[in-house]
Design a protein around this ligand. Structure first.
Ligand code: C2E
Ligand code: CA
Ligand code: CA
Length: 612
């Protein structure tokens, strides 16, 4: 090789050596410029092959076209549609030289159309990586040009340098892709989201930056009842919809499980972000068909904004997270914009904590009862005791407002004992008047009670104290608690069983599934969580799950109660599938003790459900 060609190859090697994923297009362009000057040609280009889509993709060219059309017809050229000369680049192994002659007419025309230059000659040198043609290095001369053997040798050496950098860059990009993306959906992962937000919230960046936090309502149930493969497929479909449905460009990340975050790449205030949330929510709500089951899950979305230079990534994500919690807390399937009030929740809890201490001595607690009904006959089968707190300034509080706080200050045991005693006392008083003799009193048990030493003895003691038979009291335990500490739970449940006290698994279908333990746990009843019941009759996905739970209960010989019956359609659907015990606002609201006693004395409520 001549000395000048030698020097050229050395210079190219030096320029490409340090190039990485971020800099190699720029570095390539510099090299192409040098080659154009050295070989006295008019245009030089570097293209890479993407065999997965059978296309040639432009990496760099020199000179940069002053007016690149948009879309650029040369950016991605599919081999299947390409002219014959272009198509050769797919598997070309040796340099090719073309000079103006009739045989390359068609090719000339392509060039002429895109560059408005007639009569060109060119050299195309393949980029080779082992046996694979990974791209092409090309040179165009307007007019005629011949290439010497020596020049072509030098070009092959240069093409091989390009092939090496390209392979390295691709490996680098692949690694980066893996590090930043979620395996299941191909969306960005948490790490990529944090990096993106850090950049967006830096001082002097355009703002506000909006974040939409998505949380699928009750996805667990699909995993539990239809299998993990179905759950994964479901998530993938939703991810695809999120990707496709957005009209504006977004950064979309999956944080794991059923949590997604969407960050619009344009600055956006909360009002616009809320509108976007509505748009995305309605596409996500559309049904998905998996293994012949039609599924749909509602989604809760929390919306928040951050101001660059003022708010940090964790500020923004915390707000969006608090907003989505609030959305889920008010029943799910909602869009909630973060407000400072949500930070005030903490203060509320502190106030509750302060007043909770004296609540029992003050006589501020009371019980309401929720009737449980045989929907075929209207017979009243049971009453569930639900605790209430007459708060000095906040009115009648429902347990969701204070049970959590009670547990956090170790007050749950005392509160639980109060509920147990009061429910048993009232129930015994009714029975003494001949009322509710066949009925069951259901009492909710908080997780911490369950693991307290001597729990079984305490329960048995209270029931005996009021002269009730053990089989007329049923303790309700939330599903998630059952599996959290399965061994302790098992011991306690065995003890209750021996004592003859009934046990129900509450909120069945929502928790970390107790399914695998059902066979071995001494449980009498499953209560289907109200979130699956509420939209029965309109949501086929819920029906699939409810049917699975009904089949389970039958298989294990368990009593089944549906919670949250609010509509005729839900009642009729349950009856049609063989579940007839139910609670819910359609049948009765929770009522004070005196009203419950009256209901028991009447024995039944009128039931008739209409199809409409
Ligand atoms: P839970 O055990 O699932 O109780 C049923 C809850 O669903 C009650 O809310 C009831 O009012 C409500 N509900 C009944 N039918 C319907 C319906 O058709 N639609 C809707 N949307 N809701 C319906 P409540 O009284 O606010 O109780 C909430 C939770 O607090 C209970 O859920 C239970 O987990 C807990 N809880 C209640 N009382 C006690 C207690 O004495 N001790 C403990 N540890 N927890 C309690
Ligand atoms: Ca319950
Ligand atoms: Ca429940």
């Amino acid at each position: 090789m001549s000395e000048s060609l030698d020097m050229l190859v050395t210079s190219v090697a030096a320029q490409l050596m340090g190039a990485g994923a971020a800099s190699w297009v720029e570095a390539s362009r510099g090299v192409l410029a040098e080659l154009v000057a050295h070989f006295d040609v008019d245009v030089s280009f570097l293209r890479r092959n993407d065999h997965s889509i059978r296309a040639s993709i432009l990496v760099a060219e020199w000179p940069v076209r002053p007016e690149t059309p948009d879309p650029d017809p040369l950016a991605v050229v599919y081999f299947a549609d390409a002219d014959p000369v272009f198509a050769l680049a797919e598997h070309q192994k040796e340099p090719l030289v073309f000079r103006p002659e009739p045989a390359t007419d068609e090719y000339q025309k392509t060039i002429e159309e895109s560059r408005q230059v007639p009569q060109v000659s060119m050299a195309c040198v393949p980029l080779l990586s082992e046996d694979d043609t990974t791209g092409v290095l090309g040179f165009i001369k307007f007019g005629d040009r011949d290439w010497t053997e020596e020049e072509l040798n030098a070009l092959q050496a240069i093409a091989s340098l390009f092939a090496q950098v390209q392979a390295r860059v691709q490996a680098e990009e692949q690694l980066r892709y893996l590090a930043e993306h979620d395996d299941l959906t191909g969306l960005c992962n948490r790490r990529a989201l944090l990096a993106h937000l850090d950049e967006r919230l830096a001082e002097d960046q355009p703002g506000p930056v909006a974040a939409l936090f998505f949380d699928l309502d009750r996805l667990k149930a699909i995993n539990d009842y239809l299998g993990h493969t179905a759950g994964d497929r479901f998530i993938r479909v939703l991810a695809e919809r999120l990707r496709e449905s957005a009209e504006t460009p977004n950064m979309i990340a999956r944080l794991g499980g059923d949590e997604f975050v969407v960050v619009p790449t344009e600055p956006m205030d909360v009002a616009a972000a809320e509108a976007l949330a509505h748009q995305l929510q309605s596409t996500l709500r559309e049904r998905v068909s998996i293994d012949g089951e039609t599924l749909s899950r509602t989604v809760s979305i929390g919306v928040a904004q951050g101001i660059p230079g003022r708010d940090t990534t964790s500020d923004l994500l915390r707000r969006a997270d608090q907003a989505v919690l609030a959305a889920k807390g008010s029943g799910g399937n909602q869009i909630t914009v973060f407000t400072e009030d949500m930070s005030l929740q903490n203060e509320f809890d502190n106030d509750i904590e302060l007043h909770l201490q004296g609540v029992i001595e003050n006589g501020a607690l009371l019980l309401h009862y929720l009737p449980e009904i045989d929907m075929r006959t209207g017979d009243i089968l049971a009453a569930e005791a639900l605790v209430r707190w007459q708060h000095p300034t906040r009115g009648l509080l429902s347990p969701d407002a204070f049970i959590g706080v009670a547990e956090s200050i170790n007050f749950a045991g005392e509160l639980g004992r109060w509920v147990m005693r009061t429910a048993c006392a009232e129930f015994a008083a009714w029975r003494a008047r001949g009322i509710g003799r066949d009925a069951i009193m259901r009492i909710n048990v908080s997780p911490v009670q369950l693991v307290t030493d001597g729990f079984v003895e305490t329960v048995a003691g209270i029931i005996d104290e009021f002269g009730l038979d053990h089989g007329s009291v049923c303790l309700e335990i939330t599903e998630s608690v059952v599996v959290q500490d399965i061994e302790t739970t098992r011991v306690t449940l065995d003890g209750l069983k021996k004592a003859g006290v009934l046990v129900a698994i509450d909120d069945f279908g929502t928790g970390y599934s107790a399914l695998s333990h059902l066979k071995s746990l001494p449980v009498d009843t499953l209560k289907i969580d109200k979130s699956f019941v509420r939209e029965l009759g309109s949501d086929p996905g819920d029906l699939a799950i409810v049917r699975a739970i009904i089949a389970l209960a039958e298989a294990f010989g368990l009593e089944l109660v549906a919670e949250g019956v609010e509509t005729d359609a839900a009642a009729l659907t349950l009856l049609r599938h063989g579940c007839h015990r139910a609670q819910g606002f359609l049948l009765s609201r929770p009522i004070p003790g005196a009203a419950m006693e009256t209901l028991f004395s009447q024995g039944r409520i009128p039931v008739s459900f209409s199809k409409s």
